[in-house]
Design a protein around this ligand. Structure first.
Ligand code: VGL
Ligand code: ZN
Length: 243
């Protein structure tokens, strides 16, 4: 390839990486040192709900600490989506629905392994409300998930049957979003699964580690979740990486 052709090829390749979100998307965004979110970026705030903070039925350790940080991060994004875990009172993921089973045990369901939880985030109850102090008035969408009695949904994109879509991917695509940034609860469940499914749906994905807290099931769940996320192309970043 001649020098001239090589140069224009490189320019083309760089251009298409920017358009389609190749491996270098974050490096490009950070070329100026910090990430400055724009119209192609969305902040997805996962399940910052009363049940998941201290005092709630499925409290994540220090889950309340991230609320002020998330409020501050959200001010940097023009596009913000919130999610709510939103279960029926008799949801299949509740240990209370299975004779002889206790919370944090697992069972096999038609779609695979299901961890059983204390009753949490029941539709319309106080525990399903957003955590006190969460304040993101410019958020444009609240997506509820896990509302089918027989199917759980950690992911904001795809239910646990791996077939039923929540509609979030369609919404983001129609609004021209390419890059998803995740914060919230819990790192190793709803945040992690959502970030991995964002990649599967064709988005770039990054998790802001310091704006999340994990359940760390069995004492190893958190690191295993990070390994899985990183292997699937999810970037592990910090809130200080944002401009
Ligand atoms: C979650 C367990 C059960 C979460 C939701 O938001 O991470 N975890 N339901
Ligand atoms: Zn749940």
């Amino acid at each position: 390839m001649s020098g001239l052709h090589r140069r224009s090829f490189l320019k083309l390749a760089a251009g298409s990486a920017m358009l389609t979100g190749g491996a270098g998307w974050l490096a490009q965004a950070m070329a100026a040192g910090k990430i400055a979110p724009g119209g192609k970026d969305v902040l997805i705030v996962i399940d910052v709900q009363k049940c998941f903070i201290p005092g709630g039925s499925l409290a994540v350790d220090k889950g309340d600490e991230i609320v002020p940080l998330i409020n501050a991060i959200a001010k940097k994004f023009e596009n913000v989506v919130l999610t709510q875990d939103w279960h029926t009172p008799d949801h299949v993921s509740f240990a209370s629905q299975h004779d002889g089973k206790k919370p944090f045990e697992a069972i096999q369901l038609g779609y695979g392994t299901q961890v059983l939880w204390p009753d949490h985030c029941v539709q319309g109850t106080e525990g399903a409300d957003f955590a006190p102090g969460l304040s993101i008035p410019h958020a444009t969408l609240v997506i509820r998930k896990g509302y089918h009695r027989d199917v759980d949904s950690y992911s904001a994109f795809l239910e646990a049957d791996k077939k039923t879509l929540t509609g979030l991917g369609g919404y983001l695509k129609q609004r021209g979003v390419q890059n998803c940034y995740f914060v919230g609860l819990a790192t190793d469940f709803c945040v992690g699964w959502s970030a991995i499914d964002a990649r599967a749906a064709g988005f770039n994905a990054a998790v802001l580690e310091d704006a999340c807290r994990g359940i760390n099931l069995g004492g190893t769940g958190l690191e295993a979740a990070w390994k899985d996320m990183v292997a699937k192309g999810v970037k592990r970043i910090q809130s200080t990486d944002l401009a």
